[in-house]
Design a protein around this ligand. Structure first.
Ligand code: SAH
Length: 345
């Protein structure tokens, strides 16, 4: 039996049309699933009995099992979910002064091989299906409802490379955005990629105004090759070409994420080189002090180093924010918890 949470509004509508039912049923079901957040088809009280029986025969409403929930001193929460096949994934809930955001995982593990990242250590086991992504958001949103808090943003920055799981990602985004459901505005959703040029071009064509972020992390190919294996296949110039296409087509500003790793990419020279690389691209830079990973040699930067890097970009007219770390004490950087759990059994 398939999860109902795999279905977009359009898919549900055609499901009912095929059964000679009114497609309006799909609106009702989306409301029950994502507005009223019911857990059983019987609770969908405006549906006919035959429709309820049909749904019960063909779909399940199973949630992900919550293996553990960790809370950090700064209020960040990390949900470790167990999938039906036993795989573990992580979802992070971050509290900002402007609201709550959820960081969503798209794959079990990752194949991109960034050397600083905990998610990629064991490679990719499999891609998540649509329901497994949707349920991360739905279940955390139910937690937020319980504590009377609002969900304001979704960042697709958990474990995995979202553009590598493209079709499921797009369906997931449509479900989040559906107006009579969770209704998360596209501008409140950010998808982060390590930089797959063809997929970035394809992403430019989707009919949702979501934000795109690129994990740049280096001012040149030499450094990027060292820390991001994908750069050997798609060097910076090719990624930037794709981003220019994306910008021309969508007119949406791109965010560059740049983690600051001591003695790797965080010197003043690196900052100056970064300015040269992205000046004129109408980009926005998010600087993030590296979150150290057990067993990795990389070290984070001091506050002062981060401020210096920031001020060089800022002085040169690059729109920059210096993002402080969240949930350091609970290993909230992607994949850290999953890896610890796998290692410690
Ligand atoms: N694969 C996508 C999305 C997942 S990673 C991507 O590459 O963008 C989300 C972000 O966290 C990326 O920018 C990634 O490089 C960064 N990241 C990974 N490990 C980190 C760590 N230990 N500290 C800080 N940021 C990290």
């Amino acid at each position: 039996m398939e999860s109902i949470y795999n279905y977009t509004f359009d898919e549900l509508a055609s499901y009912f049309l095929n059964k000679k039912e009114k497609s309006f049923r799909a609106v009702q079901i989306m409301e029950w699933l994502y507005r009223k957040k019911v857990r059983s088809f019987k609770d969908m009280t405006n549906l006919k009995k035959e429709v309820i029986i049909d749904l019960e025969t063909n779909f399940n409403l199973d949630f992900l099992d919550v293996e553990e929930v960790y809370t950090s001193i700064d209020g960040t929460k990390k949900f470790l979910f167990k999938l039906k096949d036993g795989n573990l994934i992580e979802t992070v809930l971050m509290k900002h002064n402007y609201g709550n955001s959820i960081c969503v995982t798209t794959e079990v593990g990752c194949n991109m091989g960034c050397s600083f990242c905990a998610s990629t250590k064991l490679g990719m086991v499999r891609k998540l299906d649509v329901a497994e992504m949707v349920l991360q958001v739905l279940q955390v949103s139910i937690y937020l409802d319980e504590i009377k808090e609002k969900l304001s943003n979704i960042v697709v920055m958990g474990i995995g490379e979202p553009l590598d799981n493209f079709d499921n990602l797009i369906k997931f985004l449509h479900i989040l955005n559906y107006p009579k459901g969770l209704e998360i505005g596209a501008r409140h959703i950010t998808v982060s990629t390590c930089g797959l040029p063809n997929k970035i071009r394809e992403f430019a064509g989707i009919d949702l105004q979501v934000n795109l972020a690129l994990s740049l992390h280096a001012p040149n190919n030499e450094i990027r090759n060292q820390i991001m294996k994908i750069n050997k296949t798609y060097p910076i110039e090719e990624v930037i070409e794709a981003l220019k296409y994306y910008y021309e087509k969508t007119n949406r500003r791109i965010t560059f994420e740049y983690i600051l790793i001591d003695k790797v990419n965080a010197s003043k020279e690196n900052a100056i080189e970064l300015v040269k690389l992205i000046k004129g691209l109408n980009a926005y830079v998010n600087l993030i002090p590296y979150n150290e990973v057990e067993g990795n040699p990389y070290k984070t930067v001091s506050h002062q180093q981060a401020e210096e890097f920031f001020s060089i970009l800022n002085k040169n007219g690059i729109n920059t924010t210096l993002r402080m770390k969240h949930g350091d004490d609970i290993n909230a950087a992607c994949g850290q918890l999953r890896i610890r759990k796998i290692n410690n059994g």
